[in-house]
Design a protein. Structure first.
Length: 766
């Protein structure tokens, strides 16, 4: 049980019982008149001060220690006098305030102890009683001063509370009950059937109570709580971090949050026991509000019922479609026909508004869906999460058709149904779809098909609508080729270094899971090029599943020898993630044996490029096994193949750069610096010819030149190259990445050996 005798709860009682003309800032200033000037008018008070007072009143921040010291020195006599002369005269119901505080004291006996409770309750003078209660509350808050959360508004780059709907109606009693339950139980489930408005309720509650919380964090549950936490974007995340590292760092920060922070876990449609991490997560000190279609028995739960069919649902309908007020009878019949279900009522109103139909026409369309199921039966159908059958699904199908959507609008919905249910960045979707504007997206958002989360700049489909859209439009490789081509191109840009692109990763995985592979050869190529992209951003947990899917597509359809060799190479990579070098080597040797028979003069570009890469990967495997001689031989073979097929453009590829860089590293390690510089010169010429000077590859090149000069004891040349590398990398990538940190290490080493301690210390601290 929580200690309810806090300053926030005490001040809320005083605010509840004060006169309307007695404003919050006046009450606070009167309460602390020994420190604050309580004679200022409203116009003389800064907005920042009002914000500070609000944080004190909501418990987001404790009363400052300097105020506490002043009152401790004067034994709180000044406060008692202020209660008697300034505050009590401005209370409408003094006795009610006294009774409410008594109730708080009695409810907190298990925490504060009977002796303390009895001492306060024994005070009969209201001014003395109020002062004693306030004094205890302030001291108690400071005793637990570590229980206030750090402000993460600048740290967390996403996971903000999504935009709330402007048409939210009703639920006043539920909102009050939710607040009360969260005070008593830090973890609360909001339950209800699909489409009843659980997510909107949770968001509206958070927005309505925003001032009470230091942080409000929104997480969309997509099947794994640890992944949801790892998928958050923090300002110090880097592309080199694994999902496990991201989770550890993010969760370490979340564990510092306390009761003044609220986390909304949306769409948690599993039982707590089905997610192995949930129990630990729920044991933290922050408040946790969870939306679910399940009914867990071991946690407090508040079930949302349908809005009142006679008052609240018509009000909601009229807000969405004002013209419906002209025919209230037909409107109420529409509401009844769709079984008074929130989502179908909303879509009915929006469809009526969008289509320009008369209410009677819409009613007729809904009544002739082709099914005749009693209301109770229909509810049971979608209570279990089966949206594909039953009357509700038929109504949704009909409502989606009623808008008479254009082909471009249907294409937007079709492609959006492929992407992650948690949403996709709006501008990214526009670019991926090559849309000339966002007009169609905004149109669909206006009429309820798409949820537009302006706060996080995301768009998404309601899970029910997403299901129906997928069934009706059948998104496939052929009819979603623009989206796939865009994402495929991004996967192929191996030289682009950015922060972990969670939006892109989520989209790729969602497409893989949901698309119809009607052109298997294109789908296979898409999956094959996904592998190095996900590997680059260390999404290692999904790679085994991706390899299984690649193998399944190959078994079901015709494939080439290159496909077989590539599959073996990917399986080798899976062994490497487990440090099983022996089996990785076997797979890669087998992959090479598959391709070597096609190592001929008329080999095509894909065969030659893949064979060179396979030898390069073999070299890396031997290097991990500390077999440097074999590693050097394989790398030499890889480069020879590229030179052999120069006419196919293999010498200008980014793979060639990577192989040259690997060879340079090997030569430096073997102290063959002259040859290393020759190889690096070839690398530099390719970069300058095809990319330019201010690129990451050139920054890496300058760093390698600096490392070679440092190993040769040429301090001035090393400094010149390393400072150039620092300038290029910081401009292209920023300073928070492994490339920049490596340059700093080299410069620290250089200046330490060069006896320049100030510069050495400067780079040591970067």
């Amino acid at each position: 049980m929580r200690n309810r005798l806090t300053f926030a709860n005490i001040i809320s009682i005083l605010l509840e019982n004060k006169k309307k003309t007695y404003q919050q800032h006046q009450l606070v200033r009167s309460l602390f008149s020994a420190y604050l000037n309580d004679e200022l008018s409203s116009d003389e008070i800064y907005a920042e001060d009002n914000t500070m007072y609000s944080r004190w009143c909501t418990g987001a921040r404790p009363i400052p220690m300097e105020i506490l010291r002043i009152y401790e020195d004067n034994n709180f006599e000044v406060m008692e006098e202020d209660f008697r002369c300034k505050i009590i005269p401005n209370l409408i119901n003094e006795s009610q305030a006294h009774s409410q505080m008594e109730e708080l004291i009695n409810d907190s006996r298990n925490i504060i102890g009977n002796k303390t409770a009895d001492e306060m309750l024994a005070l009969t003078d209201n001014a003395a009683f109020f002062t004693a209660v306030v004094r205890y509350a302030i001291l108690s808050d400071h005793k637990h001063s570590g229980l206030f959360s750090p402000d993460l508004s600048d740290t967390i780059q996403n996971s903000r509370l999504p935009s709330i709907t402007e048409e939210f109606v009703g639920r006043k009693n539920e909102l009050k009950e939710c607040g009360k339950l969260l005070q008593e139980h830090p973890t609360l489930f909001i339950s209800g059937v699909a489409g009843i408005g659980k997510s909107e309720f949770a968001k509206y509650f958070a927005e309505k109570n925003r001032k009470k919380y230091t942080n409000i964090i929104y997480l969309y549950y997509a099947g794994d709580l640890k992944k949801s936490i790892a998928g958050m974007e923090f300002d110090d995340d880097t592309s080199e971090m694994t999902e496990e590292t991201l989770f550890d760092r993010h969760y370490k920060t979340l564990k510092k949050l306390h009761h003044d922070s609220l986390i909304i876990l949306d769409n948690f449609n599993v039982l707590p026991k089905d997610d192995s991490f949930f129990r630990e997560f729920a044991q933290n000190d922050f408040q946790l509000l969870i939306t679910t279609r399940c009914r867990p028995t071991q946690y407090p739960i508040m079930e949302l019922k349908e809005l009142d069919a006679d008052t609240e649902l018509p009000e909601l309908f009229y807000r969405l479609c004002p013209s419906a007020t002209e025919n209230t009878l037909a409107t109420k019949q529409i509401i009844k026909t769709v079984h008074s279900h929130t989502l179908t009522v909303v879509l009915s109103a929006l469809s009526l508004s969008a289509s320009g139909m008369e209410a009677e026409e819409l009613l007729y369309e809904l009544q002739t869906c082709g099914l005749s199921i009693a209301s109770g039966e229909a509810v049971e159908l979608y209570k279990d999460g089966d949206y594909t059958d039953g009357l509700m699904a038929e109504h949704l199908r009909k409502l989606l058709q009623l808008g008479k959507l254009s082909d471009p609008c249907l294409d937007v919905l079709r492609n959006l149904s492929l992407l992650s249910a948690s949403g996709v960045l709006k501008n990214a979707f526009k670019n991926w779809m090559k849309l000339p504007s966002l007009n169609d997206v905004n149109y669909l958002a206006k009429y309820g098909f798409i949820h537009d989360d302006k706060e996080n700049r995301k768009i998404s489909l309601h899970p029910l609508i997403r299901e129906i859209v997928a069934l009706e439009t059948l998104p496939s490789v052929s009819n979603c080729h623009t989206l796939l081509d865009s994402l495929h191109c991004i996967c192929l840009v191996h030289g682009l270094e950015v922060k972990r692109p969670q939006n892109m990763i989520d989209s790729l995985i969602s497409i893989t899971e949901n698309i119809l592979a009607d052109i298997p050869e294109d789908y296979l190529l898409f999956l094959q090029d996904m592998f190095p992209y996900l590997e680059k951003y260390l999404v290692t947990d999904y790679l085994p599943k991706l390899v299984e899917r690649i193998e399944y597509v190959m078994k079901q359809n015709t494939h080439s020898y290159c496909d077989r060799a590539l599959l073996l190479d990917y399986k080798a990579e899976l062994f490497l993630t487990k440090n099983d070098y022996k089996n990785a080597l076997k797979k890669r040797l087998k992959a090479v044996s598959v391709l070597e028979p096609y190592h001929t003069e008329d080999a095509d570009q894909r065969t030659a490029n893949l064979l060179s890469n396979l030898y390069n990967n073999l070299s890396n495997t031997y290097l991990l096994m500390k077999k440097t001689k074999e590693a050097a031989e394989m790398l030499h073979t890889a480069l020879t193949i590229r030179q052999e097929y120069t006419h196919l453009g293999l010498a200008e590829s980014h793979d060639m750069l990577q192989q040259l860089l690997n060879l340079t590293n090997m030569l430096i390690l073997s102290k063959n610096t002259d040859t290393a510089k020759q190889v690096l010169s070839t690398y530099e010429n390719l970069v300058l010819e095809h990319e330019g000077t201010q690129t990451l590859d050139n920054g890496v090149c300058q760093m390698m030149y600096g490392a070679i000069a440092l190993s040769e004891g040429n301090a001035k040349e090393a400094e010149l190259h390393l400072l150039s590398a620092e300038n290029i990398i910081s401009e292209v990538m920023g300073t928070d990445n492994d490339y920049a940190k490596t340059v700093y290490l080299y410069l620290n080493n250089l200046y330490s050996r060069w006896q320049k301690p100030e510069q050495a210390l400067a780079y040591k601290n970067k």
